[in-house]
Design a protein. Sequence first.
Length: 78
Amino acid sequence: MSTYKIVRHRFDQPNEVVATGLTLDEAQAHCQDDSTHGDGWFDGYTVENPTAEEISERMESDQRLLEGVRAVEGLTNP
């Protein structure tokens, strides 16, 4: 089972890992809390040490997204 980490993203400073070893539910709950974002920063989550399957799924998802972008560009730039 994969674990997740919380990364604090700041617009004017380097990102900082603030928590590790979380389940997906824990990471999502953390990031949905109103106290996990503010003016100029927000907390996001990412998988730690992804499995080969997770990497493959992400690559397929990214490919579908890219194909969608290209389709929209084709509609707006004939």
